[in-house]
Design a protein around this ligand. Structure first.
Ligand code: OOG
Ligand code: NI
Length: 318
């Protein structure tokens, strides 16, 4: 078994507080994602073929929610909090009527007894957003609450819906989907995908070959025919220059709505993040660089564009 290559967080004391359940859960969440999202699987395979044997490291996992009836961020965050994650910064997206919170993993990454193929690296951050439902039109609110009211009772168990690839509310009607899609593509996505993993993000700076630079990786993937989200340019760069992100365009899948109507809807995508070493640590030898020496957190300007990975203007599915 290969040891993880770095600690996910800056924790001096390496006392283990990590439950084996955490890695099992993270792995289970990726199962339906890998079954459903061919482009994500292809991208991961291309990267591993190019980069060599070692397992990929994940920067973060992301989920979307409806911020109403107990179905918002807290519903899916609870399990992560109970497993030792800590809430960090809030990000706001007024134009999209969204807010997000990210959570830092418990401060150690030593492997438990349970070996887990996909998941032996450092623990990912968790990024959870929620739609500010009360800011939408009455029509959209009426549609959403029809479903969330039904799921309110189960919101404590959002994580189960996530690993079982099951919606927590009744199968939606195509009409309701269309009403939401007109006003908020995020709302429409969440209605048909529920608590499914929205994306996982490969930690680009943890790769070993030349694709550990994200511009090289983007060129490599595009040359292999993978379509990247072009909103505001392929590469999203934070104002401080330290957080560089790109993502694929979401795959679309056939969805059976209530009454057997079948439509193409967006599923999930895969993201790539490179975190540069902070200026004050630039003198450290490369072999000593840990994850906490790098740019932490997220960036509203980047995220705003990454949200568009599931939008019809990127997927081309209307
Ligand atoms: C999340 C988009 C933002 C990031 O890393 O900033 C994001 C989403 O599409 O739900 O993933
Ligand atoms: Ni992301």
């Amino acid at each position: 078994l290969r040891p993880p290559r770095y600690r996910a967080m800056a924790s001096a004391s390496a006392s283990s507080s990590e439950s084996p359940l955490l890695r099992s859960f993270l792995s289970a969440v990726t199962k339906p994602y890998l079954e459903k999202n061919q482009t994500a699987v292809l991208a991961m395979k291309l990267i591993q073929d190019q980069d060599g044997e070692e397992p990929l490291c994940f920067d973060h996992f992301a989920f979307r929610t409806f911020g109403i009836d107990g179905c918002g961020i807290s519903s899916i965050a609870q399990l992560f909090l109970d497993l030792g994650y800590e809430a960090r910064d809030e990000l706001r997206f007024p134009a999209k009527k969204l807010r997000a919170l990210w959570f830092a993993p418990p401060g150690q990454t030593s492997k438990g007894a349970q070996h887990n193929e996909l998941f032996e690296g450092p623990l990912p951050r968790i990024f959870i957003s929620e739609l500010l439902v009360e800011e939408l039109s009455n029509d959209a609110q009426t549609v959403i609450s029809k479903y969330t009211r039904n799921a309110a009772q189960l919101s404590k168990h959002a994580a189960i819906a996530s690993i079982l690839n099951s919606l927590p509310w009744p199968t939606p009607s195509a009409q309701d989907y269309k009403i939401l899609a007109r006003e908020s593509e995020y709302a429409a996505w969440t209605l048909v995908n529920g608590y499914a993993l929205n994306h996982l993000t490969i930690s680009v700076h943890q790769l070993r070959s030349q694709i550990k630079k994200i511009t090289e990786l983007n060129n490599f993937l595009q040359a292999k025919g993978i379509k990247l989200n072009s909103e505001g340019g392929i590469l999203k760069v934070s104002p401080d220059g330290g957080l560089l992100q790109s993502s694929t365009v979401a795959d679309s899948v056939l969805f059976s709505f209530a009454g057997d109507e079948i439509l193409r809807v967006p599923a999930s995508y895969i993201e790539f993040a490179e975190r540069l070493v902070l200026e004050k640590y630039l003198d450290l030898p490369a072999s000593e660089i840990q994850e906490w020496h790098r740019r932490e957190g997220f960036e509203v300007g980047n995220a705003d564009k990454i949200f568009e990975s599931t939008s019809s203007n990127q997927t081309g599915v209307h």
